[in-house]
Design a protein around this ligand. Sequence first.
Ligand code: SAH
Length: 371
Amino acid sequence: MKNSVQEPVKLKKINLLDFDRKGLAAFFVGLGEKPFRATQLLKWIYQEGVEDFELMTNISKSLRGYLTEHCCIAAPEIAIEQLASDGVRKWALQTHCGNRVETVFIPEEGRGTLCVSSQIGCALACTFCATAQQGFNRNLSASEIIGQVYVAQKRLGAEAKITNVVMMGMGEPLLNFDNVVAAMNLMMDDFVYGLSKRRVTISTSGVVPAMYRLTEVCDVSLAVSLHAVTDELRDELVPINKKYPLKELMEACRENAKLAPRRTVTFEYVMLDGVNDSLADADGLVKLLKTVPAKINLIPFNPFPNASYRCSSNNRINQFKTLLNEAGIVTTVRKTRGEDIDAACGQLVGLVEDKSRRHLKLQMTGTGHVA
Ligand code: SAH
């Protein structure tokens, strides 16, 4: 029988990791406090690593009491940690809804890059990406995005420092605009991680209207997943191209590049054997990028189960690179890292309860190109 005594209603606590500095200042003003409380709080949380409000000694006793009662500092928890033979670490992080997202730390000489996820799964259907095959569950909250940096840095401790963040994990960051921007603001905030705008990169498949919005509100480095030089092929590989074709995409890139003199947009180009890697494609790339201040990052295709593509040969990747460099476009080949733990580009899958029913649709229609 049900107990007739009513349980006290437990109100959900406000997670302070959901606020950037502006949001936190507004929150404190709403409480009748001064906006500078925001910087104090951010310093305690992100720089001192203090989670117990009672230990935040420059905050009044009454406010500490209020925060303890109504607020929390809650990041996603590590469910699985894997270490690759090349030192790359991958964490599967548990979210409150039971799904898991993945975050990858890539140590390099003199720097440490964290690859951060923005969504649980992905609603876009790029045919060469493992995350896309998983379907989509939901956007991550700002706390779940900045929480990846928070948890990773805490776990790495003194062993390594996160010096760069790339929004290149699971999901399309520009389809989760507000939360991603709040989290990137925190990454660059002097009272949080203080990363320069050159060290925070957002990668997009080309959500053109959101690219313009981004150019207006948040100055971070921009990477664009190009992967094809004709609309016909890009429609197939990156289907959002049907909505925002190359001409519109290039215009949005040119606009972003105007943010500062000598600023460039990085174009990512996955190397798919016999699909987009002919020397005519390289020529097409030179022509397409003639009017955009551009760098190119060639990504060797990383395989995943049931993928219907193969990676181009090293020989072809080098020829492609040489042709682009000789045409005056700075071109690098992305080093594949963390492959033995499925932590490389396009291999992140986590645990996604698909709400878009994508994998059912894919089963019915097949997944694009068959090599
Ligand atoms: N949705 C965003 C963020 C993902 S970033 C975007 O599309 O830009 C991850 C990068 O890895 C993108 O350039 C993506 O196109 C690329 N990628 C996806 N699957 C890949 C694979 N299997 N091998 C190599 N690169 C891949």
